[in-house]
Structure formats: C-alpha cells, structure tokens
Design a protein around this ligand. Structure first.
Ligand SMILES: Cc1cc2nc3c(=O)[nH]c(=O)nc-3n(C[C@H](O)[C@H](O)[C@H](O)COP(=O)(O)OP(=O)(O)OC[C@H]3O[C@@H](n4cnc5c(N)ncnc54)[C@H](O)[C@@H]3O)c2cc1C
Length: 477
C-alpha cells in the first residue's frame, strides 16, 4: 500500500496525495454525513495526463477508483465503500475555463470547474450555462455530467446531456478517449458521449467537456402564485407557454407545509403572498428576444405583461387565487430563496425516506394522492416533505414516520421504498429522476429496471471496465 501511495505521489506530487484520516474525512463522507466510507488515499491530479497515469497504475495494481467532484451528489455515488483499497480521485484541481467562444456559444472546461464559477465566467459575455440548482456553489461540471444533473431550468433547456457537445474521458487502463468537438451533428457510430453522461463514474473519468451556452435573458418575470390545485397549475403552465412562446424557464411546486416550514426557519423574511396556499408555484419567464424585453406602455418589459396576462386569465377561471410578481432583483432572490431552501426545510424535520421520482406531468397529482393512500396503513401518522420541478414532472418526496427523530427502521424504509417505487412504475414514471443511482438506489435498480436493459448495462460495464475497478458498488446491482 505504501508503494501505491508513493507511486501516486510520483504522479501528482507529495502534497496532492492525502492519506491521513483527517485529510480524507471530508472525501470519505457524503453530503448528508450519513454515508461514510474508507479510502486508502485521496489523489488530486492537475491534468488529463495525470488522470491517465493514475488509471494506468490502478489497472496494474487492481486498485478501485472513486471519481469525485464537489461531493454534493445525493445518491452516495462519490463516497467510497468500506473497501480500504479504494482511492478517491478528486477533480478539484482541474478547474480551468477556456476562452468562451461567443460565435459558437460554446465553452471548453475542465471537469473540476465549480458550476457557479462557470455561470460567472459566461455572464460577462451575456451568456448562460442554464444548469441551475441549490448546490451550484460547490458541485462541479464533471459531477454534473456524470449524474446528468437536472435542476430548475430543464423545462426550457433540458438536462445536462442536452448541454454537452464534446467530452474527454480517461477510460479504465488509462487510455484517453477524445470526443471533444463542438458539433451539433455528428453521426459517427455509437453515442459514446451519451453513454458516459450519467454513468456516475462507473465507466471512466470525465476530464474535459465542450458545453453549449445560451443567450442570457435580458429581462425576467418571476412570480409566486397560489393556485387552486395541481391540475390548475398545469393549465397555468400551458397558458404561460402559449402566451410567451415557450419562455418559461422554471415552474416549481411547493405545498403549504414547505412554506410554513420555511417561515419557521426564516422569521426575518416576509412571505410575498397574504397567506401560503395549498399549492404554491414559483414560476420564471426569461426574455431572450429584444421584443419581449422591450418596455410596454407601463414601462415594464413586455414579458412581465405576458406573465400578468396569463395570471389574470387564471384569476378569471378561479384557478389562480393569489399572486405576487417580483419587482426587482432582490425580490426575485427572495422568491427563489423559498424554493432553494428545500434542503434546509426538509432536514429541519429530521431523517426522512427520500424519493426523487418523475411521472408524466398530468400524473403528479395522482402520484401524490395515491402515495398518501398507499402509505397510510404502512406509516400511521406520517408526514411528508415535497418540492417538485413540476414543469418536468420531477417530485422530491420525503416520508417522515411519526417517530423519525429516533432514526428510521430499515425494514420500514424498505417497505415504503417498494410501495412508492411500485406506484411510480404503475404510473409509467422513473424511480430516479435526476439524482442517479449511486449506492442508495441499487436495490431499486434490481427490482425495477427492465432485466434486458440491466443485462445490456452489465455487458457494457464488463467491456469497458473488465476488472470492475471504476467506482465499484455503484449503479449496477
Ligand atoms: C442542496 C442540493 C440541491 C441539489 N439540487 C439538485 C437538483 O436540483 N438537480 C440535480 O440533478 N441534482 C441536485 N443535487 C445533487 C447534486 O448536486 C448533483 O448530482 C451534482 O450534479 C453532483 O455534482 P458533484 O460535482 O457534487 O458530483 P459528486 O457528488 O462529486 O459525484 C457524483 C457522481 O459523479 C461521479 N463523478 C464526479 N465527477 C466525475 C468525473 N469527473 N468523472 C466521472 N465521474 C465523476 C461520482 O463518482 C459520483 O458517482 C443537489 C444537491 C444538493 C446538496
């Protein structure tokens, strides 16, 4: 083992191989602090060439490798297991952002770039990389790609997969696969780029990427709205899409108990509506055309007028009950703070059985109703935490048993997981919408994934990683 550590030090330099317990602790633990592994060392390469040498060494020594970005993943994919031979390969030092190409609206980045830093770099060119969610201050592009991350803007811009044009990947054994191009059309054989995206580090290490950028909206219209039901919310979404020509960037659902939970944690912040409704929606429209950003008769951007128009149609139909439109950036930030505090609101209530599911848009209400009915006999007196990227059918659903503060009984957890996942399958949904499989959802893979698809995945894994040393114990059951 000391030989391996000194070989890693020869590659990356003495101070970039961390082997002390304290040095490794943060890398060996997941974001919640409830998955704790044990690695031999954390290695922090500075270049693709160093990553390639590390994977060559790992291959020669049968050393399992756990790639890690910002370590914000919610499925345990970046946490080593308890096999003490594993090394964590942290991409944090590979954080270069090449020049932004404003002609092609693309940028080339290394895998360790923090998402927020990319947002800031491209904003100088009036461009956006439209992947947005609460962990953007610490998650990294390589992690976003490897989890095919979603977030609040999928409705308009798609998942990470839709934003990646080119990739550089170091395969097990150390060969560098160059798929780096900025092409929109490239039908040259199997879609290897798409295979790596979402593979959660089980097929290789992403080292660089060419990303697609979009014009930054020059005006935004943001509203917090109380509506009469989830089906009324969907009608509002359709109205907004129709009147704005598809400019809806976000459409997020928060039930009443999310708002009251938020209020109890943020007593100094006023809630924008008179009272929280049962169904609260945070929606945002972005104007990327000059016309929609130009001022109307009242001096405000036309896009805001379109938002008001859709809301007043909703009022007339008695489907919109109350609404507030952000009047400036600080109000917009305050509205988003309510949504982006989901993690704090949920964790304040103690341990939960968490789900990240998706169902067809018109089945969200049905899912929530049936989940309540299904779980009533299994979890008497249960409470739930819910937030949803409603615009794309993704529901973050947490089940809180009555006595959850004392911890959750594993047998109960399994029963609840099976019941909810069966329900999701019945509704033609997915048991993992955007957080991936990692280690947490491997049992669900075994139960729910089509067996033929699973067998194909195992064959792909065996072909690319015959020794099974890339992120073992993740994704595949
Ligand atoms: C508060 C909060 C809010 C969140 N909101 C969302 C959300 O709305 N939508 C969403 O999709 N996710 C969300 N997440 C989950 C998480 O932020 C994303 O999954 C993110 O993309 C992970 O990036 P990371 O750099 O932290 O990856 P890590 O956690 O470090 O790794 C995640 C997986 O990718 C692999 N990996 C990392 N880097 C590489 C690489 N270079 N090459 C190969 N494999 C690699 C790891 O092995 C692991 O399997 C949220 C998390 C938090 C804490």
């Amino acid at each position: 083992m000391t030989d391996l550590i000194s070989a890693l030090r020869d590659i990356c330099g003495e101070k970039h191989v961390l082997s002390g317990d304290d040095e490794r602790a943060g890398f060996d633990t997941d974001v919640f602090g409830d998955k704790i592994g044990k690695s031999l060392a954390v290695v922090r390469p500075a270049s693709t060439a160093e990553v390639a040498q590390i994977l060559e060494l790992a291959d020669a020594t049968n050393t399992p490798v756990v790639p890690q970005g910002g370590n914000t993943g919610l499925a345990g994919g970046a946490t080593p297991t308890t096999d003490e031979r594993q090394i964590v390969l942290s991409l944090a030092r590979m954080n270069a952002i090449d020049d932004v190409n404003v002609e092609t609206r693309t940028v080339t980045v290394e895998a360790g770039v923090i998402l927020q830093n990319l947002h800031d770099a491209v904003a100088k060119h009036d461009l956006i990389f439209p992947l947005v969610f609460g962990a953007r201050g610490s998650c990294m592009i390589g992690g976003n790609i490897s989890t095919n991350a979603g977030g609040s803007n999928v409705l308009r811009y798609g998942n990470t997969r839709a934003l990646v044009l080119g990739l550089e990947v170091v395969l097990p054994g150390g060969r560098i696969m160059n798929l780096m191009n900025a092409l929109y059309k490239n039908n040259t054989g199997y879609a290897l780029k798409d295979l790596i995206i979402g593979a959660e580090g089980t097929l290789g290490v992403v080292t660089r990427a060419v990303l697609q950028l979009h014009p930054a909206p020059t005006a935004r219209a943001t509203a917090l709205v109380s509506v009469s039901s989830l089906s009324a919310a969907l009608r509002l979404l359709r109205r907004l899409q129709d009147t704005s020509g598809g400019a809806v960037e976000a459409f997020e659902y928060m039930p009443e108990n999310h708002i009251t939970g938020y209020q109890s944690l943020n007593r100094d912040r006023a809630f924008p509506l008179e009272t929280p409704g049962k169904v609260n929606i945070l929606t945002e429209l972005g104007a990327t055309s000059k016309l929609l950003a130009s001022p109307g008769e009242d001096g405000r951007p036309l896009i805001e007028g379109l938002l008001e128009e859709a809301l007043s149609d909703g009022f007339e139909a008695s489907e919109v009950l109350d609404a507030a439109i952000a009047q400036n950036d600080s109000q917009r930030e305050a509205f988003w703070h309510i949504r982006e505090s989901a993690y704090e609101v949920a964790t304040a209530q103690g341990p939960a059985i968490d789900f990240d599911v998706s169902v067809p848009l018109d089945q969200v209400e049905c899912f929530l109703d049936r989940a309540r009915e299904t779980l009533a006999p299994i979890v008497p007196g249960m409470r739930s935490t819910i937030v949803s990227h409603l615009g794309d059918g993704n529901i973050h659903y947490g089940v809180l048993p009555q006595d959850n503060l004392g911890g959750i009984d594993p047998a109960l957890k399994t029963r609840v997981m099976e019941a909810i996942e069966d329900l999701v399958t019945d509704l033609n949904g997915s048991f993992s919408a955007e957080h991936g499989i990692g280690s947490s959802k491997r049992p669900s893979m075994a139960r729910q994934k089509d067996p033929v698809a699973l067998a194909a995945m195992h064959k792909i894994k065996a072909a690319l990683d015959p020794k099974g040393i890339m992120n073992p114990g993740k994704v595949l059951p």
